[in-house]
Design a binder for this molecule. Structure first.
Ligand SMILES: *[C@@H]1O[C@H](CO)[C@@H](O)[C@H](O)[C@H]1NC(C)=O
Length: 361
């Protein structure tokens, strides 16, 4: 074979192979340009399809992948966004995402995931957004999440978690938004939140906590939005929010069966703007309750005891344009009257603010 014939054959081989290497998987849509999007939404796939190495977005939602195998995406080192929602996933193998060193977005919501093998998230060092809500995850062993050193948002709502163990978030030091709503969490070990002290949004509503997890919470420094609604906690203890009190703007403690705030429960909270405490069993507010920046307070459906201990609340109600429903349950002559209007609070002396100088002695 002479040289030019050889080159011709080589050329042919490359030209013929190129479309095969870059082919769009059957039934999928592919967008070219610099974006390299591959969309295989609801096309009956049962295996991860082969896609071009330069793919940046791969949408495989609404297919059927009971087990995500080891190395299933290994060659996709340019992939930024991977969509696997609604795909009947039950198990994620060790090394399932190996090679995805540029991945930023991973969507695993609305599957049946209950087995996540150790090492499942290996190589996901750039991952920033992980959505794995609406699954059946019952346990998060220590170290499972630790490869994801850049994780910013973790959506784990509507799973079956029962406990947050010490070190569960070790390694995810940049985590800022953590959603754990609608699980079955009844215990948060003291060291569970040690590595996520920069959390800004922390939603723990609709769980089974029976006491406020003070030791674990005290590790948090900058929480702005804390949600504990629908947990059967009866008492909020002293200094509950102190470690992040200068940051917390929104606090949701509604629908808990809450009976009491310890007197120093709100110590150190200086920026609260929105507080939800409706549908509880509260009759009073503690002396530490911070009205100074408060804009929104929902407090209906509590058995408020209308005595002078509610005088600071009355003053706030008079100063605000919002008119929250807040009715007295006792004493009997005030029952059913709005705290804002009742005669039971007329003539109360407001506690005068002691000067800073004198207060420590
Ligand atoms: C809460 O979780 C259950 C299953 O654990 C689910 O069926 C339900 O839809 C979830 N609720 C919300 C509001 O997502």
């Amino acid at each position: 074979m002479n040289r030019s014939a050889f080159l011709f054959k080589l050329f042919c081989l490359l030209v013929c192979l190129l479309p095969i290497l870059q082919a769009c998987p059957q039934n999928c849509h592919c967008h070219g340009g610099d974006l390299h999007h591959v969309i295989c939404d609801n096309v009956g796939l049962r295996k991860i399809p082969k896609v071009a190495e330069q793919t940046r977005l791969l949408n495989l939602q609404r297919n059927n992948f009971p087990v995500l195998p080891t190395n299933g995406f290994r060659d996709l080192r340019n992939l930024v966004s991977l969509h696997l929602q609604h795909s009947h996933i039950r198990e994620i193998s060790s090394g399932a995402f190996r090679g995805l060193k540029q991945l930023v977005y991973l969507y695993l919501s609305n599957n049946d995931i209950n087995v996540i093998r150790m090492g499942a998230f290996d190589d996901l060092t750039e991952l920033t957004y992980l959505y794995i809500d609406h699954n059946k995850i019952a346990d998060l062993p220590k170290g499972l999440l630790s490869p994801m050193i850049n994780l910013f948002i973790l959506q784990l709502g509507s799973n079956k978690l029962r406990e947050l163990k010490s070190g569960v978030f070790s390694g995810t030091k940049d985590l800022r938004w953590l959603y754990l709503s609608n699980n079955s969490i009844s215990s948060i070990q003291p060291g569970a939140l040690d590595d996520v002290e920069n959390l800004a949004i922390f939603h723990l509503d609709k769980n089974q906590l029976t006491s406020y997890p003070l030791a674990a919470m005290s590790k948090l420094r900058v929480v702005e939005d804390l949600k504990l609604s629908h947990n059967p906690i009866k008492v909020i203890p002293d200094l509950a929010f102190q470690s992040f009190g200068r940051y917390m703007e929104t606090l949701s403690l509604d629908n808990m069966g809450l009976e009491k705030f310890s007197d120093k429960a709100f110590a150190g909270t200086t920026t609260l703007k929105t507080v939800h405490i409706e549908n509880n069993k509260l009759s009073s507010l503690p002396g530490s309750f911070p009205f100074n920046r408060l804009e929104t307070l929902t407090m209906s459906n509590n058995p408020w005891h209308c005595s002078c201990q509610l005088a600071p609340l009355r003053r706030w109600l008079e100063s605000t344009r919002s008119r929250p429903d807040a009715a007295c349950a006792s004493p009997s002559q005030a029952r059913g009257q709005q705290i804002r209007d009742t005669a039971a609070l007329r003539g109360c002396k407001l506690p005068t603010r002691r000067s800073k100088k004198g207060s420590r002695h």
